[in-house]
Design a protein around this ligand. Structure first.
Ligand code: GLA
Length: 389
């Protein structure tokens, strides 16, 4: 969990036009680190600040080393890493497995070991490695090779691979492709980039609309190796409040990494409340680490998503993906939850309203507005001599 530059700040490098606090520079990173540490984000679990593309110069220096742009990062990356660590946060960065990054800065190609050592010397805790300027046929060998170079540094560095996002089939239907990701990467971008719109979120959600726990993508997720549907855009310009709740709820069902890309210096109280909702975060972070999936209505608008939680509990999202009218009832039935016994009685808690809705005999029906969701946690109740406990 943390914050990342790309969706909100892209490759804004002309700080004189954007203003010095709204471009990819050390001030932006320091501001966000301060906000994470001071505004309750760190306590809620958001503990990393990550610089995506456009921190590096387009060319290596005369010693063949990658260099951070000295006009935008005058103190250097090691000092920035220290600033981040001093606030109890982790330091994330970005590069590319090919000869250049997607925005044309220096890539890792031909320099795996020295670049891995350089990042380790800066105190980097996490690196996202993109796949531009690389032949598809070389990715299968090069991503594991850079992972091995990271391991040789001796510093634990989380390794985020963008490799399946570049494959025409995104690893879909291929157990071997997924197994290679699980073995070599800690997380990986499966699909295209998120933009600041509901249409963009919907496109990603449709790819994540897996139908059961035996799907190869669902099975691949677990502690230490996660599918990554890309950043949270909650707090930006493109989503209504109910769409923001829906992105957050579904990312919790997906067991997704939670990286916000927004402006924490001027976020609304409503968006902050969504992102800091401890009950939804605890679903996202559940120790079993199982990814959820869609169990009913998946081809239509009235969808039921479920995720198995530790203690045999279930997280449920009732999503109305319709876009016209007021709303509809959506029912979750215990028969949709494979780890619940037939007709189980359960306590339902509404995670956005933060209230218990009551004990239900096998199913619960709620009204859900269009472009909205309701998120529940269901806990099985045992019957002992006629009393529900
Ligand atoms: C690709 C990635 C994005 C971002 C940009 C940077 O498009 O998918 O997430 O890192 O490159 O240039």
């Amino acid at each position: 969990m943390g914050w990342m530059t790309w969706e909100r700040y892209r490759c804004i490098t002309d700080c004189s036009t954007s203003g010095p606090s709204h471009c990819i520079n050390e001030q932006l990173i320091k501001d966000m680190a301060d906000r994470l540490a001071k505004d309750g984000w760190l306590e809620a679990g958001y503990k990393q600040v990550s610089i995506d593309d456009c921190w590096a110069l387009p060319e290596r220096d005369e010693k063949g080393q990658q260099v951070a742009d000295p006009t935008r990062f005058p103190s250097g990356m090691a000092a920035l890493g220290k600033y981040i660590h001093d606030r109890g946060l982790l330091f994330g960065t970005y590069s590319d497995i090919g000869s250049k990054t997607c925005a044309g800065k220096v890539g890792l190609q031909g320099h795996f070991d020295e670049d891995a050592r350089l990042f380790a010397s800066w105190g980097v805790d996490y690196i996202k490695v993109d796949g531009c300027y690389e032949e598809l046929k070389d990715m299968q060998a090069d991503y594991p090779a850079f992972g091995a170079a990271l391991n040789r540094t001796g510093r634990p560095i989380v390794y985020s691979c963008s490799w399946p996002a570049y494959l025409p089939h995104h690893c879909e239907g291929s157990d071997a492709c997924m197994a290679s990701l699980v073995e070599n990467c800690n997380l990986w971008r499966n699909y295209g980039d998120v933009d600041d719109s509901w249409q963009s979120v919907t496109g990603i959600v449709n790819f994540w609309k897996r139908r059961n726990s035996s799907d190869e993508m669902v099975r691949a997720a677990g502690p230490g190796h996660w599918n990554d549907p890309d950043m949270l855009i909650v707090g930006n310009f493109g989503l209504s409040q109910s769409e923001e709740q829906t992105q957050f709820a579904l990312w919790a069902i997906f067991a997704a990494p939670l990286f916000m890309s927004n402006d924490l210096r001027m976020i609304s109280a409503e968006s902050k409340e969504i992102l800091q909702n401890r009950e939804v975060i605890s679903v996202n972070q559940d120790v079993l680490g199982k990814q959820g999936f869609c169990v009913a209505g998946c081809d239509g608008d009235l969808r039921v998503w479920v995720r198995e939680l530790s203690g045999q509990e279930a997280a449920v999202v009732l999503q109305n993906a319709g876009t016209g009218g007021d709303g509809s009832n959506i029912t979750v039935d215990s028969s949709m939850i494979s780890w619940f016994p037939e007709r189980s009685t359960f306590l339902a808690r509404d995670l956005f309203a933060k209230t218990d809705l009551g004990v239900f005999p096998g199913h619960v029906t709620l009204f859900v507005h269009v472009s909205s969701c309701r998120m529940l946690k269901l806990s099985q109740q045992k019957q002992v001599q006629g009393i529900t406990i």
